[in-house]
Write a protein that binds this ligand. Structure first.
Ligand code: NDP
Ligand code: MG
Length: 381
């Protein structure tokens, strides 16, 4: 059976790799919608190749700019484009691979329309975890994680026969600054932070990997996906990025998922679940690797992990504030307006100033996000 797939954020790192899998398996996938923010030319190319029913740019598209050979497709602009791709266009699966809290609304829209959600956008769970998981439970379809660690945990749990895990071991590469001193990290440049040792990803998540904010977001993501309290999620630094995460059971058994660091494996797993797809990725050569190493994270050098746990403990909108403040601070760092060390400081400041905000509904979550960004913008240098 051919699965119809809508891809939100198709021009990004995850989106293009998902399309690579669609290209490999034209007998299994038909792309029905594609969206991007502003990458017009790249989207034109994708529409030309995959011929979706609908395509859209959130930054808008002037009908006069649409090439004549692409007029077969319904073109949309702004938030309506995301809404149509998530919930209106005919699709079995919706891959939400846009960046940031912008993904929350799309995930809710897709779930409400009864779509199978393939979730790359971790921010939807970080900010609206209770709304997303409640809605997903009503649809009866599991949220299929695309994030490599969460895909690994999900795969391990498939073999658990309903047994609850005692603990989750969430692996982290440690990023480019793992061996740097705290003083050197504080002054790191965007060029240095964008040089990830193992993974090739979009800019925002690459910076988050360098600061370990990504791992903080992933603790929150795991808490919601697997209904496991934060105290049972341990971060394990594993610089080779071969073990993508592991699950510990009460009998002392540990199940882990291994593979090369290539996102086509977890993307393909989500796309084909419960089957497995040929992805073009080789198995890791264990003889060439020889050894795998594991370390405890250094929370003094990477305050993001402590802040993430504090946010989860505080509840309410604290995780949204953590996320929104970080998004805003990362953008300022990439514009070279603030030093790397300032990212965590501003997030902590926002969490202190905005303690106790509620997050019971989408409006409250978006309000907390706005206020967190305001704090980050207003902190004096
Ligand atoms: P990229 O920056 O590479 O791509 C993002 C995509 O979303 C692009 O198509 C972009 O369009 C579009 N986009 C960005 N912002 C918005 C917005 N506000 N509204 C609508 N569309 C938008 O990101 P990644 O592919 O790296 O990451 C996507 C998501 O997946 C993130 O949540 C990330 O945390 C998660 N993820 C990514 C991994 C990876 O390996 N890359 C691994 C695990 C999780 P345009 O090109 O026009 O800017
Ligand atoms: Mg990850």
């Amino acid at each position: 059976m051919i699965k119809k797939i809508a891809i939100l954020g198709s021009t990004g790192s995850i989106g293009t790799q998902a399309l690579d899998l669609c290209r490999r398996h034209p007998d299994r996938y038909r792309v029905t919608a594609l969206t991007a923010r502003g990458s017009k030319e790249k989207l034109f190319e994708q529409v030309r190749e995959f011929r979706p029913e609908m395509a859209g740019l959130t930054e808008g598209i002037n009908p006069a700019e649409i090439p004549a050979d692409l007029k077969f497709c319904r073109w949309m602009s702004g938030k309506e484009a995301l809404k149509a791709a998530a919930a209106e266009v005919d699709a079995d699966q919706v891959l939400v691979s846009i960046v940031g809290i912008a993904g929350l609304q799309s995930v809710l829209d897709a779930l409400e329309a009864g779509r199978q959600v393939l979730l790359a956008n971790k921010e939807a769970l970080v900010t609206g975890g209770h709304l997303v998981t409640d809605l997903a439970a009503k649809t009866g379809k599991p949220l299929l994680p695309v994030d490599s660690e969460h895909s690994a945990i999900f795969q391990c749990l498939q073999a658990a026969g309903g047994n609850r895990p005692e603990k989750i071991l969430l692996t982290a590469s440690g990023g480019p600054f793992r061996t740097w001193t705290a003083e050197a990290i504080a002054q790191a440049t965007p060029e240095q932070a964008l040089r990830h040792p193992n993974w090739s990803m979009g800019a925002k998540i690459t910076i988050d990997s360098a600061s370990m904010f990504n791992k903080g977001l992933e603790i929150m993501e795991a808490r919601w996906l697997f209904d496991v309290p934060a105290e049972q999620i341990e971060v394990v630094v594993h610089p080779e990025s071969i073990v993508h995460s592991a699950v510990v059971f009460r009998d002392g058994a540990v199940l882990a998922q291994l593979g090369l660091p290539d996102m086509r494996v977890p993307i393909g797993y989500a796309m084909a679940y419960p089957e497995r797809l040929e992805t073009g990725v080789e198995e890791p050569d264990l003889f060439a690797l020889k050894s795998l190493t594991f370390e405890k994270p250094d929370e003094r050098k990477f305050p993001a992990l402590r802040l993430a746990r504090e946010a989860l403990k505080a509840g309410g909108a604290a995780c949204t504030v953590f996320n929104g403040a970080n998004e805003e601070a990362v953008a300022a760092f990439l514009r070279k307006e603030i030093p790397f060390g300032e990212i965590a400081r501003r997030v902590e400041e926002a969490m202190d100033r905005l303690a106790g905000l509620p997050a019971d509904c989408l409006e409250e979550i978006l309000e907390a996000d706005r206020r967190a960004r305001d704090v980050v913008r207003s902190v004096p240098q």
